[in-house]
Design a protein around this ligand. Sequence first.
Ligand SMILES: Cc1cc2nc3c(=O)[nH]c(=O)nc-3n(C[C@H](O)[C@H](O)[C@H](O)COP(=O)(O)O)c2cc1C
Length: 119
Amino acid sequence: MSKVAVVFWSGTGNTAAMASAVEAGAKDRGAEVSVFGPDEFTPDKVSEFDAIAFGCPAMGAEVLEESSYDPMFTAVEGSLSGKKIALFGSYGWGDGQWMRDRKEAFPWPGFSRVSSYGT
Ligand SMILES: Cc1cc2nc3c(=O)[nH]c(=O)nc-3n(C[C@H](O)[C@H](O)[C@H](O)COP(=O)(O)O)c2cc1C
């Protein structure tokens, strides 16, 4: 059985709703899913999962949430090679620039499958 982590931050619930959909979809496909807030997910957890879906809305000016999610992601990104990774998150008045920037900044080489989605 595939083991999937959903790691997300949400201020007003929109990205939380997306995280619930990701969790439900992965479970429908037979995966064992664990859901984490950013303060609960650490680099030593990465090896426990086959795939990790990271969710965060656009905050600040087209950036990730800076107090907990961004530090978590910075801490774990060096441990992600070889994992299946998905990025998701909600945004408001922009046009998804924060997600395009995240895709560009992500160290994609070495990842077996990737996807990203913002709405
Ligand atoms: C402090 C703050 C900064 C935001 N910055 C952006 C932004 O740069 N671009 C954008 O499109 N939306 C921005 N938004 C809108 C949120 O991304 C949007 O409301 C999103 O749905 C929030 O997701 P959540 O419910 O998971 O917190 C911002 C919202 C807040 C509160």
